[in-house]
Design a protein around this ligand. Structure first.
Ligand SMILES: [Zn+2]
Length: 121
């Protein structure tokens, strides 16, 4: 029988992947992203000189900064893409509701306009 585990990030119970029995983070995008960030932090703590070495090369500080923020943006965009994919259906529904409300509002405004005209004439 598969044993349920509690996610280290969100605390929700989940069933670990059978290929990764030691998995301690659920498969939600948010938690996976957080896990990645934590891994990065851990890696940076273990390799504190990595960026310093890079900076000591012929690249300027500014360039290194730019590269790093580009890297971050790339990673972040990948996350956003995943997030959007996962929420596409929800977003579609939201837009449908939004347009419905918008149309009703418009119709009501038009009705008001007509009654206004009647009052004038
Ligand atoms: Zn989780």
């Amino acid at each position: 029988m598969v044993k349920e585990r509690k996610c280290r990030m969100c605390g929700r119970p989940f069933i670990p992947n059978k290929y990764r029995p030691n998995q301690d983070v659920c498969s939600s995008i948010e938690c996976q992203y957080q896990r990645q960030l934590n891994n990065m932090k851990k890696w940076r703590n273990k390799n504190p000189n990595y960026f310093r070495y890079k900076e000591a090369g012929n690249k300027s500080w500014k360039e290194t900064c730019r590269e790093r923020s580009l890297e971050w943006r790339k990673r972040h965009q990948e996350y956003l893409k995943l997030y959007r994919e996962a929420h596409k259906e929800r977003h579609r529904q939201y837009m449908r509701e939004y347009m419905k409300k918008y149309r009703i509002q418009k119709e009501e405004q038009q009705k008001e306009k007509k009654t206004d005209n009647k009052e004038i004439s």
